[in-house]
Ligand binder design. Structure first.
Ligand SMILES: Cc1cc2nc3c(=O)[nH]c(=O)nc-3n(C[C@H](O)[C@H](O)[C@H](O)COP(=O)(O)OP(=O)(O)OC[C@H]3O[C@@H](n4cnc5c(N)ncnc54)[C@H](O)[C@@H]3O)c2cc1C
Length: 416
């Protein structure tokens, strides 16, 4: 089929093999689990929602520790194709379950950040611990109760700075504040936390990032957020009360937002790829359904209205995949348009795949709405992507700001 052809086209042999291993894992462990245990995601005790066995198998096949340097036991990847491999593997996992993909991907993205900005002795301490423990998760904490959009623009004025603050007292940074909506926030063992260190300087000049182990006194996990989709990832809220970390745990002082691109550019491609995995699952389920389910004396696909929707789904998926490929090429080439392409693909994927999943639900009729049938899950999962790593509106602002640096507006400013 065209869509399957596209998945594999042009992939290096090594990436293709990793994709095949991941697909086997998803087909044998993830999809059967989510389909047979559809009530499990609604279990309100976050701890037992996803069986540990699934993370263990993911660990065994080497997809949990992508991004961790090989010298510390991570899965080696060719740097020339690393972003592409991240995209392919996250799509495959997400085809099975996007919450599981969220869990894993956060390990890869934060590991890439740490290997670039963490001091050597902290890498030597934490990477082996991460590799050794299949339940070890990482989290990246920016968002606060007052809203995240200012951070994405970024709206670089004093009043938009983070409320979480860190102050250097002797040889320790003392952090106070609150972070919300954090992927893996409920069960991570190590957090990267952003805080204001120079009040009044503007976000890009006065925000620092810190490495904060979960058992640091003063760090508490306030709650697990119950989300509409992606429910096998435990999204959490974290409070810092006089939480003191050693001075060397400051990863980037004052200009952390400008250094976070190493996390966010490939990060946006991975978000789009996870999103694509949800769309591919919706297409596969729907293609199967319309070729087998009979209404009006014919299998559904014989009805022209159904065929049109199927064509629309396939075209959207192909377009998202093509744009992901273009953004990856731009990143790998260090191209000047990499920034806007990464934002474009994240935003475009979220809107297109949401429509793909809408078609899937509609083509399944009443079955599309039933929890037991499982197609509505894909629609719920797709809805999460519309605002992750910036809302679609903020993403559009960012595209124009990246393309027209000298003339674009700031899109927020003084009230008068
Ligand atoms: C499942 C999930 C996982 C997440 N994971 C993480 C994570 O790991 N780490 C993390 O730090 N965050 C995470 N987030 C937070 C996410 O990045 C934010 O929810 C997102 O950026 C939107 O911010 P907000 O929710 O604060 O909305 P707000 O910023 O409050 O925006 C509300 C509305 O106002 C609009 N708006 C706001 N400002 C402007 C403006 N200046 N101009 C025009 N319109 C504007 C927005 O477009 C939106 O429609 C996660 C969220 C979810 C739901």
């Amino acid at each position: 089929m065209l869509l399957d052809e596209m998945v594999g086209r042009g992939l290096p042999e090594e990436t293709r093999m990793m994709r095949d291993v991941t697909r086997k894992f998803v087909n044998e462990h993830v999809i059967p689990f989510t389909r047979q245990n559809w009530q499990q995601e609604w279990q309100m005790a976050p701890e037992g929602r996803l069986p540990a066995k699934i993370l263990q198998v993911a660990d065994q096949i080497g997809i949990r520790t992508l991004g961790v340097p090989e010298e510390f036991g991570g899965t080696p990847l060719d740097p020339k194709t690393e972003v592409q491999t991240f995209a392919v593997i996250s799509e495959e996992i997400s085809r099975g379950d996007c919450g599981l993909s969220d869990k894993m991907v956060q390990i890869w993205k934060v590991s890439v950040l740490l290997r670039n900005v963490a001091p050597r002795h902290l890498q030597e301490l934490w990477f082996p611990r991460l590799v050794k423990d299949p339940t070890f998760l990482l989290a990246h904490c920016l968002t606060e109760p007052r809203g995240a959009s200012d951070r994405w623009l970024p709206y670089d004025v004093p009043e938009a700075m983070m409320h979480t603050k860190a102050v250097l007292k002797g040889d320790k940074w003392v952090i106070n504040g609150r972070k919300q909506f954090i992927t893996n926030g409920y069960d991570a063992k190590l957090y990267v936390v952003y805080a204001t260190t120079k009040p009044g300087a503007g976000m890009t000049k006065g925000t620092s990032s810190f490495l904060v182990p979960r058992d640091t006194p003063g760090l508490s996990v306030a709650r697990c957020n119950e989300t509409l989709g992606g429910r096998f990832m435990n999204n959490g809220e974290i409070v810092f009360e006089d939480c003191a970390v050693p001075k060397d745990h400051c990863l980037v002082q004052d200009i952390a937002m400008t250094r976070a691109g190493i996390y966010f550019r490939p990060g946006k491609i991975i978000v789009a790829a996870k999103n694509l995995g949800v769309g591919m699952a919706a297409f596969e389920r729907t293609a199967d359904y319309v070729q087998n389910y009979v209404q009006g004396g014919r299998i559904l696909i014989k009805h022209q209205a159904v065929a049109l929707r199927l064509a629309d789904m396939a075209t959207k998926l192909a377009a998202v995949r093509a744009l992901i490929g273009e953004a990856i090429r731009a990143i790998d080439a260090g191209a000047p348009d990499a920034e806007e392409l990464c934002v474009m693909v994240k935003m475009f994927a979220s809107e297109e795949i949401f429509k793909v999943c809408q078609h899937a639900v509609e083509l399944h009729g009443g079955n599309g709405i039933m929890l037991e049938f499982g197609v509505e899950k894909l629609f719920r999962d797709a809805s999460l992507f519309l605002h992750r790593d910036a809302t679609v509106d903020i993403s559009r602002f960012k595209i124009v700001k990246a393309m027209f640096k000298d003339t674009a507006g700031v899109y927020a400013g003084p009230e008068k």
